[in-house]
Design a protein around this ligand. Structure first.
Ligand code: BMA
Length: 330
């Protein structure tokens, strides 16, 4: 089995969003949640600002992170709004980042990660206009990469999530994908393990949910990221040493009980290959998907390349389903 992207994936050559598109301070634009709104596309993206590569290498750090907002008619050409739409910072919270958008009953729910003085928390907010956001819930540390399913399942809201159990997983990044449900998006429980790192070939580190799942007749299509560490890797981006590589996998979850994996591609869906993915990024060899949109018979995947830019890839929905079924984990 080769470590290469599946041939069903067609990438757009150039990123769909870079810092150059942003009309306020911006150095890295990545981890973008995407949804459809009134026939248009809407994107919320992470914007790290106030530090260039040269400054970083001489010891400076970013001034901050906010979340930018962009709209597009075709999902390819984006107009960034003149101000960021969301930021959290107070005595306890350092920043909110990595937004993922799910539309439920016409409202826009955003899951995001929050760095706090007492650990990383997962937040959920709701908006109708991408201007006013109401925070609905915040998890205990350490949890992030939360994504909501686009409808209630058996009367409950459902999310995938990725707790970070360090002590109980041998002090390593052996982090797995979990599912929790809620009657009201505030109280979460009945948690179940969905996928363990050991079930993902090529992964010798952690995994996490990617974009909010897409419903198909065959099951919920769910992307995840998986990480392999190579101790031989050295400088690989802005940092002096970056030994991880982030790639993308795909699985199919049961429509009625999405804690059950009913299909999974044993080969990677996407691995870092293009110049945007393997060089010139903040962290090279990072692919991190946060948005997935079904457009006709096609799935669009919005992913971060190199923790620096937002890129787009497409594939036929049926081919993605077949990729999960062909290599069923049985
Ligand atoms: C994860 C998160 C993401 C980031 C990714 C790759 O752990 O921090 O925000 O994109 O690593 O560096």
């Amino acid at each position: 089995m080769e470590f290469k992207s599946n041939d069903i994936i067609k990438r757009y050559e150039e990123p769909v969003l870079t810092y150059k598109d942003v009309p306020y301070p911006s150095d890295l634009t990545f981890n973008a949640g995407v949804a459809k709104k009134d026939g248009k596309y809407v994107m919320m993206f992470r914007n790290d600002y106030g530090c260039t590569k040269e400054q970083w290498e001489s010891g400076e750090r970013f001034d901050g992170t906010n979340i930018g907002l962009a709209f597009s008619d075709d999902g390819i050409h984006w107009d960034v709004c003149k101000d960021p739409c969301f930021a959290l910072k107070d005595d306890e919270i350092n920043r909110a980042y990595d937004p993922r958008i799910t539309v439920i009953d016409g409202r826009y729910y955003v899951c995001f990660a929050v760095d706090t003085k007492h650990g990383v928390r997962g937040g959920i907010a709701v908006t109708d206009d991408f201007d006013k956001f109401e925070i609905i819930s915040m998890s205990v540390p350490d949890n992030r990469n939360m994504v909501l399913f686009p409808e209630k399942i058996n009367g409950k809201y459902v999310r995938l999530e990725r707790p970070m159990p360090v002590y109980s997983r041998g002090g390593k990044d052996k982090f797995d994908i979990w599912l929790s449900e809620s009657p009201d998006l505030v109280y979460w429980g009945n948690s179940k393990l969905v996928l363990g790192t050991e079930n993902v070939p090529f992964c010798n580190d952690k995994i996490g949910p990617g974009a909010p799942p897409v419903k198909t007749e065959a099951g919920w299509l769910a992307l995840y990221h998986f990480v392999d560490i190579d101790p031989e890797r050295g400088k690989n981006g802005w940092e002096n040493t970056w030994k991880k590589r982030y790639s993308i996998g795909v699985m199919l979850l049961d429509l009625n009980d999405p804690s059950k994996v009913i299909g999974m591609s044993k080969a990677p869906l996407m691995v870092p290959e293009t110049k945007w993915e393997t060089s010139g990024g903040f962290r090279d060899n990072v692919l991190f998907p946060c948005g997935m949109i079904e457009e006709g018979d096609t799935i669009r995947i919005y992913y971060n390349a190199g923790d620096a830019v937002v890129c787009l890839a497409e594939c036929k929905t049926q081919e993605l389903i077949d990729a999960c079924k062909d290599k069923k984990d049985d």
